[in-house]
Design a protein around this ligand. Structure first.
Ligand SMILES: Cc1cc2nc3c(=O)[nH]c(=O)nc-3n(C[C@H](O)[C@H](O)[C@H](O)COP(=O)(O)OP(=O)(O)OC[C@H]3O[C@@H](n4cnc5c(N)ncnc54)[C@H](O)[C@@H]3O)c2cc1C
Ligand code: FES
Length: 277
């Protein structure tokens, strides 16, 4: 059992939790994730390790309530237990020997961008960040990012904060003036990562994306998380979740993620009807 020692709503649909998990904190690095199961009847879902508190031996997770399991997780309170909390899983993000990078986080993808910015900043890489949200009330982690980046650009789709438009509008403006970045990291919705990768390919700037396919066992056995990268098939849980953004087949990834949508919607409706929580 893994105890929730802190819970905070960041927005009406995004929650931060700190979970006591000494076995996970020992080896976790930026880019890795955990797979949790709320209770014995629950599904397994992957969530990124957003931060580690070595003193408390806790792992921070930040999640958006989108369906059954994230809804049930969000109904838990400080002091409650999560049944399974397995990790760290996946390969850490490769960040060595980078002098100047641009990190792009979209929506809840910003939670995944945070540990990456922190790790880069701690090794003295110059970190510039573009954060994009639908509107001002969706913004998360702005102050936390200020301590781990050299410069921040903010965008909102509706213009209620920062520059009006998508992160790619900002990226376009930046790259027209400055192409001196060693690397770009993009983390967010699949169409956003595709658009970023298309743009950086034109400038030949190496780009890493963090993929979020459906995962089941998280051990490379079930094949649920397979993605097409270049000419090969990779498993995001063991080969990723980071991949070369210029090589990923985003259309196939979108199609696979949509395949379970009707069943997921039905499970969520059932749980709301039963008032399970
Ligand atoms: C390696 C990895 C790390 C992740 N890290 C985070 C994180 O830090 N914070 C966070 O909020 N989410 C993260 N996700 C996505 C998260 O796992 C899903 O939102 C969660 O599994 C949804 O479970 P559910 O039962 O609540 O909803 P479901 O009923 O399973 O899904 C509801 C709807 O959510 C969307 N959805 C579900 N799974 C995914 C997915 N993998 N990618 C994109 N959309 C999805 C679909 O539109 C679906 O119809 C991560 C996914 C992966 C693979
Ligand atoms: S989740 Fe089963 S192979 Fe990756």
């Amino acid at each position: 059992m893994y105890k929730i020692i802190y819970k905070k709503s960041l927005t009406p649909t995004i929650t931060l939790m700190k979970v006591l998990a000494p076995d996970v904190t020992r080896h976790a690095k930026a880019g890795q994730f955990i797979i949790l199961r709320v209770d014995e009847k629950g599904e397994r879902i992957p969530l990124t390790i957003a931060d580690i508190d070595h003193a408390l031996k806790s792992v921070t997770i930040i999640f958006q309530v989108v369906g059954k399991t994230t809804y049930l997780l969000n109904m838990l309170s400080e002091g409650d237990d999560i049944l399974d909390f397995v990790g760290p899983l996946g390969k850490p993000t490769e960040i060595e020997n980078l002098k100047k990078v641009l990190v792009i986080g979209g929506g809840v993808g910003s939670a995944i961008a945070y540990p990456l910015c922190k790790a880069l900043f701690e090794q003295n890489t110059q970190v510039e960040l573009i954060l994009g949200f639908k509107s001002k009330d969706q913004i998360i982690l702005k102050e936390a990012f200020e301590t781990v980046t050299n410069h921040q650009y903010m965008t909102t789709d509706d213009g209620s904060y920062g520059e009006k438009g998508f992160v790619t509008d900002q990226l376009n403006k930046i790259l027209k003036k400055d192409q001196s970045y060693d690397h770009v990291f993009a983390i967010g919705p699949i169409p956003m990562m595709k658009a970023v990768s298309d743009m950086t390919k034109n400038y030949q700037i190496p780009t890493t994306v963090s993929l979020n396919p459906i995962m089941i066992d998280g051990t490379g056995m079930c094949g649920g998380c397979r993605v097409k990268v270049g000419d090969g098939i990779k498993f995001a849980c063991v080969d990723g979740p980071d991949f070369d953004g210029h090589q990923v087949d985003y259309d196939a990834l979108l199609k696979r993620n949509m395949a379970y949508r009707l069943k997921e919607q039905k499970d969520f409706e059932d749980v709301l009807k039963r008032g399970e929580a």
